[in-house]
Design a protein around this ligand. Structure first.
Ligand code: 7GP
Length: 808
């Protein structure tokens, strides 16, 4: 691979002058942050040089451009990743060492952009990485939230949300593209006018804001392709600074106009449960859609003029879930109102250009907007949606039996609401789920009516992860070992990891892999001690559940297991427990009371167990605050058990399951999401599966014969005791008891079947941890997981999108 620096000496010279240019200091007097900042800016400027070359190449060759619209991009830190992708890591590392600095220390100073909630946002980032690696001209389009999501702190066991000021010291990777700013109008009224015998429409008296793009380079491994992620920030179109108010001392009032505009890109709403600021979120959705579409069409006009019928040949627009669902109507609006195409022609272009991925079957996450709110905020867009909806209805085949049901379920406007998922399906030529079982559920349950009407639209694209970030970069010790035995081609082609199977029975390789795991555990322990003053013991099993908190993900089941093991050990000191550290991390939506109570329960149980001398040598519970990409990269490599315990049928795919598998953790999980595909690839012997299957869950729900109290009564000694401990002060020291959790499982009849799966889960955990006593067998399964994980590289996922959806 060609490096971006010809020699170490050249790097040092460029770096020194970069520091001088930015800070006016020489290297010796620059602060650590100055040094990080200058290094990142240096790499960013090299990246932009390659980006320009990439772009010229694309323009010249007439290659199709793919635009990936997502309201979240959890990109993580970039410095280490881009050095790796540019093949410059060793050289820069040595250059810094010569100067007396340490690369890892500088990398640690990089802010971790909080531009996502969880899986959907991280998937978007992995797909960008793989698009660049595969040489696809692929661009992210999203929002630049000033405060991102929120920073999670734990106080008295509770989650406390504070602002995440990730931009406070500047962000070295972005460039502001004032020249590409777009005016976006909200509200106003639609005015019709006649021209050449046809009616056209425009919106007048809108309230306008300026959408200003910031571009972040996306460096593909190999350094040949650099794409970009464009994120939009909002500002007032014109300053209306009120001098009179200012002179009166009313400073906030003086600048209120600016504050109103900037509010649109201030924060990312936690979107997996009750939402705040719905109106603001709707504004965000339209803003990044309209600004993004405007950019796309500008580029197209430049390269292809107004040959709109060719748009689908040169442009693919992918909508990541329903947040960008307005892409369809917005594109229609421009083609009809501004480019003056007829409806049918415009519609055919739109549907050939758009595609849609669904990420959840949770009904509360399928977005809807009240028609009143929507039509007031976006009157012209609403008219277009009405027309799309009307034509959908008019064109309906009413000779079909059951057409009324089909129509009701597929309607875009229903019950005073705009249904964004239905809009997305209707406007797209492709609809995909993110794991086989999930696509199946979409086809046969959630979107079954669409599937009945247009089965060819549906396809599956099982998620993937960037194996370069989550294996090569996060787990350097393991990566070195792997490269030593199979060479480094796996960085380029993850299927090469299969060559590790040869070493599964090589005791010295297994021994060395185990040593790396041990070092990774010690590294995580050091992080916990330094950042959170929590001590954990690398000699115990690291049992890890890290993901968003949600009832269906069943962190509750995990903590019930821990309570049960604790109870049994206290009652019987001879009860054998494999020494284990139970690690949790993840955020709960700020308005999601049950999830937040689960966090408090975990911390309360941790408080009691960790302070109990009778068990704390063999059990420790540890909650790692503020789960984000950067600390995730420390956690995955240290994990030995991967907890993937969602109620079967509920988790669309999961991606931490893949990251953990790749790093050699053994899955303890239900047959849900991509766990199923993990077991198929690695074999049942290498994972530990328990619990109800999706069909069994479905059947139980349909029969209506499940009663939480039956579970309680059938196992009073263990499960009953755990339930009682929620309210009997055993774990109440950290801010009180847990009535609401008890009510959720007992009074509300345990919607996620925690009690039903409890027995088989604890049993599976015991059987799995008992095998830890045979390190060779454990290590063999661990390496086997890595060896069979290559298919989960997002490079494979993106090739499927490219070949089967985008045809790029
Ligand atoms: C998540 C799904 O819960 C997870 O199963 C999947 O692996 C991931 O997307 C990527 O496909 N969903 C979200 O993060 C989310 O916000 C609401 O869904 C729309």
């Amino acid at each position: 691979m060609e490096s971006i620096f010809n020699s170490k000496q050249e790097f040092i010279e460029c770096y020194r002058s970069q520091i001088m240019a930015i800070t006016g200091k020489d290297f010796e007097h620059a602060s650590d942050f100055d040094r990080f900042n200058a290094l990142a800016r240096l790499i960013a400027s090299r990246a932009r040089t390659v980006q320009t070359a990439t772009d010229n190449r694309v323009a010249k060759s007439g290659k199709k451009r793919v635009y990936y619209f997502s309201i979240e991009f959890l990109i993580g830190r970039l410095l280490d990743n881009y050095l790796l992708n540019f093949g410059a890591r060793d050289l820069v590392c040595q250059g810094l060492r010569d100067l007396g600095a340490d690369l890892d220390d500088l990398c640690d100073l990089e802010p971790d952009p909080a531009l996502g909630n969880g899986g959907l946002g991280r998937l978007a980032a992995c797909l960008l990485d793989s698009m660049a690696h595969e040489g696809i001209a692929g661009y992210g389009n999203g929002m630049r939230y000033r405060y991102g999501l929120f920073k999670q702190e734990i106080l008295d066991g509770r989650q406390v949300e504070t602002t995440d000021e990730w931009l406070a010291s500047g962000y070295p990777w972005e460039v502001r593209r004032q020249d590409k700013a777009v005016t976006i109008g909200f509200g106003g009224r639609v005015v019709g006018y006649e021209d050449g015998g046809r009616m056209y429409y425009r919106t007048e008296d809108t309230q306008d804001v300026l959408a200003v793009p910031y571009d972040i380079p996306v460096v593909g491994y190999g350094g040949k392709t650099v794409n970009k992620l464009r994120v939009w920030s909002t500002e007032p179109l014109e300053e209306h600074f009120d001098l009179d108010a200012f002179n009166r001392g009313s400073y906030a009032e003086a600048d209120a106009h600016r504050a109103d505009a900037e509010a649109i890109s201030a924060i990312l709403y936690p979107n997996d449960a009750g939402e705040h600021g719905r109106l603001l979120r709707l504004k965000q959705e339209y803003l990044f859609v309209a600004a993004g579409i405007s950019t796309i069409l500008d580029t197209f006009r430049l390269e292809h003029g107004r040959a709109w019928s060719e748009l689908p040949d040169f442009v693919a627009i992918h909508t990541n879930d329903t947040h960008p669902a307005m892409c369809g109507p917005e594109l229609m609006r421009i083609l009809i109102d501004e480019e003056r195409l007829g409806w049918d022609e415009a519609w055919s272009i739109v549907t050939k250009t758009l595609s849609y991925t669904n990420h959840t079957i949770l009904p509360e996450a399928l977005e809807t907007w009240s028609i009143g709110t929507f039509s007031k905020l976006l009157p012209r867009l609403y008219q277009i949606i009405e027309e799309i909806a009307r034509r959908w209805q008019d064109d309906f085949d009413k000779s079909r039996t059951g057409w009324q049901d089909l129509l009701r379920n597929t309607a875009i406007l229903w019950d005073g609401q705009v249904r964004m998922a239905n809009l997305s399906v209707i406007c797209s030529h492709s609809v995909n789920g993110v794991a086989k079982i999930h696509t199946d559920i979409l086809e046969h349950t959630v979107l079954k009516d669409f599937y009945a009407l247009m089965p060819d639209k549906f396809n599956n694209k099982t998620n993937g992860i960037s194996h370069r970030r989550f294996l090569a970069e996060s787990n350097p010790g393991y990566a070195r070992l792997i490269t030593e035995v199979i060479g480094d081609a796996w960085l380029d082609d993850a299927s090469q990891l299969a060559r590790l199977t040869e070493f599964e029975s090589d005791p010295s390789f297994l021994e060395r892999a185990a040593r790396v795991k041990r070092e990774n555990k010690a590294r995580l322990a050091r992080y916990m001690a330094a950042e959170h003053a929590i001590s954990i013991d690398p000699n115990t099993i690291f049992d890890v559940q890290v993901k968003r908190f949600h009832s269906y993900k069943r962190q509750l089941l995990n903590i019930f297991k821990i309570m049960d093991i604790y109870n049994r050990r206290i009652s019987d000191p001879n009860f054998a427990v494999a020494p284990t550290t139970f690690i949790f991390s993840g955020k709960a939506a700020s308005s999601y009371a049950f999830a937040k109570e689960t966090i408090r329960l975990i911390n309360s149980v941790a408080d009691v167990i960790n302070a109990d001398a009778r068990v704390n040598e063999i059990m420790r519970v540890c909650f790692i605050p503020d789960f984000r990409v950067s600390n995730a990269q420390l956690i995955y490599p240290a994990a030995e058990i991967s907890e993937q315990i969602s109620t079967a049928g509920m988790e669309a795919s999961g991606t931490s399951n893949m990251k953990l598998m790749m790093n050699g953790a053994i899955t303890l999980g239900t047959l849900d999401g991509a766990n199923i595909e993990i077991v198929n690839l690695a074999g049942a012997d290498s994972e530990m599966i328990f619990g109800l299957t999706a069909e069994e869950v479905e059947e139980l729900r349909e029969k209506g014969t499940y009663f939480a109290w039956d579970m309680y009564n059938a196992d009073r000694a263990r499960l009953g005791r755990v339930i009682d401990e929620l309210t009997d002060d055993t774990f109440s020291a950290l801010s009180g008891n847990f009535e609401s959790i008890r009510n959720e499982v007992m009074q509300s009849n345990d919607a996620n079947l925690v009690m039903k799966d409890f027995g088989s889960y604890v049993d599976a955990w015991e059987r799995l941890t008992a095998t830890y006593a045979d390190p060779m067998s454990w290590n063999r399964r661990s390496v086997h997981n890595t060896a069979t994980s290559g298919w989960f590289s997002s490079d494979r996922t993106i090739r499927e999108y490219r070949d089967e959806i985008w045809h790029a």
